[in-house]
Design a protein around this ligand. Structure first.
Ligand code: MG
Length: 377
């Protein structure tokens, strides 16, 4: 009779993994892999639409739904979860992500631990497609964590109690709506307020009429005059604002460098910032960067970004798109390394399909589940 794969794992595989993770240390018997022989990586995926609780308005547009694609990477009986989120302004869609994922030949890989090799391949298949690539990266990271039965933050040597508080986003709206939303967000220790549509002082005054928590400001490229931008930043500093994200259009690099030089508050690149080489490009143009997994192609490159940014003394915000708890929990695994977090994308939707990182007393709170720390609900 042919040896059952699970039996093989139980009898042989545990011993082979023993050197890597002690069963005693983990509290239970680890699940082992067969050293790359036999199993192949199997990728599956399906499109999904996130329903936003409130219409989301930023400087350039409004919307009620966000398309995502949910991925699964299977190996040796274990399944890693991933996600691509495609807010329209980034140019990806259900169609482009499904097309990209269909091109991938993941079954050529028999050892999921060769992450650099696997993710280099995924990145090389086509240019762009950053969210699609992130959906594979996240699933692979989740899978690795499940194979060794450890949360990613633990594999990376990070302390879970060092997660930052997360901000909750208040979109641009009329004062009465802004006041109501701010009251609803009372459990958050910091708010992120969207500006850039001409009602900036009214927005801040509305928020300040009900709370004195620190405020992060995101202008979404809404200011085009650097002198007016500086005046506004000086005023914002007096209102308890901590930083200003993407104050000017991404292509106004010289104006942005001037503004950063004169600004009393840190400036962060978001729409202007995508991949690893951008970190170097933006030294002296912005004070810091907003890393989002959907821009960085996932956790693998996001970790490299953090290393480079730290080496250049740049600030780091870990952000997200509107996402399920899958991608948000993945980003949260890295959050002990960053200055600020804006990981509220899963809190803005009505139809999450995962349970993962929680916000407790305003703070991102990681759990002990392996990988990215999620389970399906
Ligand atoms: Mg932003």
């Amino acid at each position: 009779m042919k040896t059952n794969r699970r039996d093989f794992v139980k009898t042989v595989g545990v011993a082979s993994l023993g050197a890597l993770v002690s069963p005693t240390a983990m509290g239970k018997t680890p699940i082992a892999i067969k050293n790359g022989k036999g199993s192949k990586l199997k990728l599956t995926f399906y499109p999904y639409d996130l329903q936003l609780t409130h219409t989301f308005t930023v400087a350039e547009m409004s919307r009620n739904t966000t398309p995502v694609v949910l991925t699964q990477l299977e190996y040796d009986g274990l399944v890693g979860y991933g996600e691509a989120s495609m807010p329209p302004y980034l140019g990806e869609s259900h169609k482009t992500v499904l097309k990209f994922l269909n091109k991938l030949d993941m079954e050529q890989f028999t050892d999921p631990f060769r992450m650099e090799e696997i993710l280099d391949y995924v990145d090389s298949v086509e240019q762009g497609n950053r969210a699609a690539k992130a959906s594979v990266d996240i699933a692979l990271h989740d899978l690795i964590g499940k194979i060794v039965n450890q949360p990613l933050y633990r594999l990376w040597g990070l302390s879970p109690e060092k997660t930052p508080v997360t901000s909750f986003t208040i979109g641009i709206d009329k004062p009465d709506v802004v006041i109501a939303k701010t009251k609803e967000a009372a459990r958050f220790k910091v708010l992120k307020v969207k500006l850039g549509r001409g009602s900036d002082k009214e927005m801040i005054n509305s928020v300040r009429s009900v709370t004195d928590v620190p405020i992060y400001v995101d202008v979404n490229q809404g200011w085009t005059d650097k002198y007016k931008a500086l005046d506004m930043i000086n005023w914002l500093k007096e209102q308890g604002v901590i930083f200003v994200e993407q104050p000017m259009p991404a292509n106004q690099m010289d104006d942005m460098a001037w503004l950063t030089q004169h600004s009393p508050l840190p400036t962060l690149a978001d729409e202007a910032f995508h991949r690893l080489p951008d970190v170097v490009k933006f030294k002296d143009v912005y004070s810091g960067i907003n890393i989002k997994l959907m821009k960085s192609t996932g956790l693998w490159e996001a970790r490299k970004m953090i290393t480079v940014a730290r080496a250049m003394d740049m600030k780091i915000l870990m952000g997200c798109m509107t996402e399920t708890s899958c991608a948000v929990s993945a980003a949260a695994q890295l959050s002990p390394l960053v200055d600020w977090a804006d990981l509220d994308g899963n809190l803005l939707i009505d139809n999450d399909v995962y349970e993962g990182v929680k916000v407790i007393d305003g703070k991102l709170t990681l759990n002990n589940r392996p990988g990215i720390g999620v389970k399906k609900i």
